[in-house]
Design a protein around this ligand. Structure first.
Ligand code: ZN
Length: 148
């Protein structure tokens, strides 16, 4: 656990290799409960990426939907599940081929913004992250979209 540069936790999730300064976006996506203990590390040095952020959330294992959303803003993140101080699962996030609900269309005239409906995006590129709205068919760079 030394390489995580954060104190070990008994139970919970560590998200490592978040691009520098994206930690707050990741926390927005996780949307912690009032009682959740969240630790944020910003601008750690990383051999692979130069600088990185780390987010640690105690007592909670993230759902696959949340992990998929994190992939959109942190495509190389590592999600580490910890139980009783042991790493029980460690995996790279992966952007799914299709994304439902978690992304808001950047086109103000899109029907998905006008109606109460779930959004639906198709991944057209992972590097850079480009998504196409199923409804208005416009293609967006991830930075043009709001991820929740
Ligand atoms: Zn749209």
């Amino acid at each position: 656990m030394k390489h995580l540069k954060v104190d070990p936790i008994k139970e919970g999730t560590v998200i490592d290799h978040i691009p520098a300064n994206r930690a707050l976006q990741v926390i927005n996506i996780i949307n912690p409960d009032k009682e959740d203990i969240v630790t944020v590390g910003i601008n750690f040095s990383s051999k692979k990426f130069g600088r990185k952020d780390i987010v640690k959330i105690e007592g909670r294992e993230l759902s696959p939907t949340v992990v998929n959303s994190i992939a959109l803003v942190a495509p190389h993140a590592n999600v580490i599940i910890i139980r009783d101080y042991e790493v029980v699962n460690k995996r790279l996030v992966q952007i799914p081929d299709e994304i439902y609900k978690s992304v808001i269309c950047g086109n103000p005239k899109c029907v998905s913004n006008a109606e109460q409906m779930d959004t639906h995006f198709i991944t057209v590129s992972r590097n850079p992250v480009m998504l196409r709205c199923h409804y208005c068919e416009r293609v967006f760079h991830i930075d043009e979209l709001r991820v929740e």
